[in-house]
Write a protein that binds this ligand. Structure first.
Ligand code: PGA
Length: 250
C-alpha cells in the first residue's frame, strides 16, 4: 500500500451468520490488535447480528457496519431498516448499492444515492458499490458503467469521512476470478479522477476499495495497486483467519 490514504478492510458477510457466529467475530477482535496499526477493519454482518457484534466490539479494533438501509429514517415500511436504527445499534458504516441488491432488488443509482444520503443523515459512512458485469466488460464499457454509477449514486456532500467507494466487478464476485492488476489499476485511477474532479481535495482522500474474490493469497498483490485503499471481502471474510490474513496484506 503506497498511497497515503489509510486502508480499510471491510468484511461483507451477506446473508450468512447466526448467533453462533459470535465466536468467529470474537476471533477477529482478538487478532485485530497488531493489524490496526496499518488498516481500519470493519465487519458488516447481517442485520440480525449488527447489535450483538457492535456491543462485543465496543472499545476494540474492529468496527461494525450494515449491508443496506432504507432511505427514510422511520415510517410505514414493513420489513425495512433505517440508517438511524443501525446507528442506534452501534454501526459506523453501511454498504449501499451492492451489485446483489442492484440485481436482486432492482436498485437504481438514484435510490442508492438516497440511501447514501440516509447513511450520512444518521452520521455514518456510506460504502457505495459500483462495478461492471462480464458482458459490459467484454463490450469495453467498464469505465462508462463506473462513470454512470458514480455520477448517479454519489451526492454533492461527499467527503473522505462520509464516503467510501467500492469497485467490485460483478463477474469477480464469488467466482474466484479477479481482474489483472493492470485492469484494477486502470479502473481505480479512473475512479480517483472522477472523485477529484467532482470533490477536489476530498476526492483525493476518499478510500477506493477493490472487491471480488479477494482472499489471503491475492490480497497483498491487489492492495499494492495504486489507488487501491483496501478491500471489500465477501466469502473470505466469514473466517477470522482469512479476514485477518487479508488485512495483514495491506
Ligand atoms: P467475494 O464477494 O469476496 O465473495 O467475491 C465480494 C463482495 O460481494 O463484496
Amino acid at each position: 500500500m503506497t498511497d497515503a490514504v489509510r486502508p480499510l478492510i471491510t468484511g461483507n458477510w451477506k446473508m450468512n451468520g447466526l448467533t453462533s457466529s459470535m465466536a468467529e467475530f470474537e476471533a477477529m477482535l482478538a487478532g485485530a490488535g497488531p493489524l490496526a496499526a496499518k488498516a481500519d477493519l470493519l465487519v458488516c454482518p447481517p442485520a440480525t447480528l449488527v447489535g450483538a457484534f457492535a456491543a462485543k466490539a465496543r472499545g476494540g479494533k474492529v468496527a461494525v457496519g450494515a449491508q443496506d438501509c432504507h432511505p427514510k429514517p422511520s415510517g410505514a415500511h414493513t420489513g425495512d431498516l433505517s440508517a438511524e436504527m443501525f446507528k442506534d445499534l452501534g454501526a459506523t458504516a453501511i454498504i449501499v448499492g451492492h451489485s446483489e441488491r442492484r440485481a436482486d432488488h432492482g436498485e437504481t443509482d438514484a435510490l442508492i444515492r438516497q440511501k447514501a444520503e440516509a447513511v450520512w443523515r444518521a452520521g455514518l459512512t456510506a460504502i457505495v458499490c459500483i462495478g461492471e458485469t462480464r458482458e459490459q466488460r467484454d463490450a469495453g464499457k467498464t469505465l462508462d458503467i463506473c462513470s454512470t454509477q458514480l455520477k448517479g449514486s454519489l451526492s454533492d456532500g461527499s467527503t473522505a469521512a462520509n464516503l467510501v467507494v467500492a469497485y467490485e466487478p460483478v463477474w469477480a464476485i464469488g467466482t474466484g476470478l479477479t481482474p489483472t492488476t493492470a485492469d484494477v489499476e486502470e479502473v481505480h485511477r479512473f475512479i480517483r479522477g472522477v472523485l477529484t474532479e467532482r470533490f477536489k481535495a476530498e476526492g483525493a482522500k476518499v478510500r477506493i476499495l477493490y472487491g471480488g474474490s479477494v482472499k489471503p493469497s491475492n490480497a497483498a498483490e491487489l492492495m499494492a495497486v495504486a489507488n487501491v485503499n483496501g478491500a471489500l471481502v465477501g466469502g473470505a471474510s466469514l473466517k477470522a483467519s482469512d479476514f485477518l490474513a487479508i488485512a495483514a496484506g495491506c
